[in-house]
Design a protein around this ligand. Structure first.
Ligand code: AMP
Ligand code: MG
Length: 410
């Protein structure tokens, strides 16, 4: 595929656009109890069959009154009481009041509710020591949500407030997009799983747990096929298994130009693969394509490069697959607390630590920035995003940051 601008690099925006075009497959629906729908993506608009509040009700504990034609200091006749969940059958006549609690339906004929702190009750007579304003402290039926109103739209990623809204309009079930099932495996003869005995020339692998955790945070179902040796037949077997059981396949390692990097050969024979030179750092090598009819993302083996490319290049596509409209990341301005080295040419996602100080967002480097350095990544809570044209940053300069917490819904 021809890509690239004068520098020979494809921009991140263009790479995401191209991947989204290819990843535009059909979505299936899943009906979920709202208790289990957090973080899922709505598959259809939600229309309310009811109005909220359902009826005029009191915003205060106090007295519902009919003050039509009454003097300010008029004593009102107390004719009853209505608690939350009850209704009052009569109609309030001028000069009458009923004791009412917050959330209770106001009786017909009510002109206002007066809070109990402004009332003096003597037996069955109540006087009010505040000016009475018509309509005061009455929550009107439908003032929040009208009947037949569209309350949430397709593509919304359900958060706590939206689940509350669904509950408030009486929806206990909701249709969401069935999350993609994603098969993952790590490639590399040198890799060990945690718990295994250390071996000369080997290292404990870390990409699968990172990838699986991020996938689950995006609502995806994950099947972990483990560590696959650098052997073509083993890779073909793993790919076949994943293609049968999953919608998307994500691997790490084995997509460079090394002697044992066979992932490319397997993809060339059974699908297609694009190695785009994307203007992202760290992010080499990143591969995208299809194995049979399943989407494939090949993440770099280096743990930090794998982490960053997942967030910046893979997460938007998995959000898109679930019908989410806005897959962009929230970028904030922060003041750099340190000098930062950067060479031009690629967008650099340096690992930083952000905090608030005197009402300002500050950020500093989280430490060494090598693409194999997990310790600084684990101290970081944000990316410091330095665009392709930016050079060295001086302490006190303004920089863009993306907080890790803002990337995933849960
Ligand atoms: P590769 O892309 O396979 O050439 O791997 C690049 C570097 O990342 C090598 O130093 C690998 O040992 C390392 N690496 C590959 N996969 C993993 C993994 N799953 N966890 C940790 N390091 C890895
Ligand atoms: Mg390898």
């Amino acid at each position: 595929m021809s890509c690239c601008d004068a520098t020979g690099l494809l921009s991140i925006t263009d790479a995401i656009k191209r991947m989204k075009t290819i990843a535009n497959n059909n979505k299936s629906l899943l009906s979920l109890d709202i208790k289990r729908a957090y973080g899922h993506t709505l598959a259809e608009d939600v229309i309310s069959n009811v109005q909220v509040p359902p009826q005029d009700n009191s915003a205060m504990d106090g007295y519902a009154i009919n003050h039509i034609g009454c003097d300010e200091q008029h004593p009102y006749r107390l004719v009853g009481q209505v608690l939350a969940g009850q209704t009052y059958d009569g109609i309030l006549a001028a000069g009458e009041c009923v004791r009412i609690m917050t959330g209770a339906s106001v009786p017909a004929g009510t002109q206002a509710v007066v809070m109990q702190e402004d009332a003096i009750k003597e037996q069955q007579q109540v006087t009010f020591n505040k000016k009475i304003t018509s309509g005061h402290h009455i929550r009107r039926a439908g003032e929040d949500i009208a009947k037949n109103q569209t309350v949430l739209t397709t593509g919304t990623v359900l958060n706590a407030a939206q689940l509350g809204l669904l509950s408030a309009v009486g929806h206990g079930q909701v249709n969401v997009v069935k999350p993609p099932k994603v098969g993952i495996f790590a490639t590399g003869d040198e890799l060990l799983s945690p718990g295994e005995h250390p071996k000369a020339g080997h290292l404990y692998e870390s990409n699968r747990i990172v990838c699986a955790t991020k996938l689950r945070a995006l609502g995806c179902e994950v099947i972990d096929y483990g560590i696959i040796e650098d052997k073509k037949s083993a890779l073909v077997h793993a790919f076949n298994q994943a293609a049968e059981q999953c919608d998307v396949i994500i691997t790490s390692g084995g997509v460079s130009v090394g002697d044992a990097d066979f992932v490319k050969d397997v993809l060339v024979e059974n699908g297609n693969i694009d190695f785009w030179k994307i203007a992202i750092k760290p992010g080499k090598p990143f591969a995208f394509g299809q194995y049979r009819d399943k989407l494939f993302f090949g993440l770099p083996g280096n743990p930090v490069a794998s982490f960053v490319t997942f967030d910046i290049l893979v997460a938007p596509i998995l959000k898109h697959l679930q019908g989410q409209q806005d897959t962009s990341l929230l970028t904030l301005n922060a003041t750099s607390h340190c000098d930062i080295n950067k060479r031009g040419g690629r967008v650099d996602y340096q690992r930083g630590y952000a905090w608030h100080e005197s009402g300002q967002l500050m950020v500093k480097s989280a430490g060494a920035q090598g693409s194999h350095i997990l310790s600084s990544l684990s101290q970081a809570n944000a990316y410091i995003v330095l665009n392709e044209h930016q050079e060295t940053i001086a302490s006190g300069d303004s920089v863009s940051v993306i907080l890790f917490d803002s990337i995933y819904p849960k």
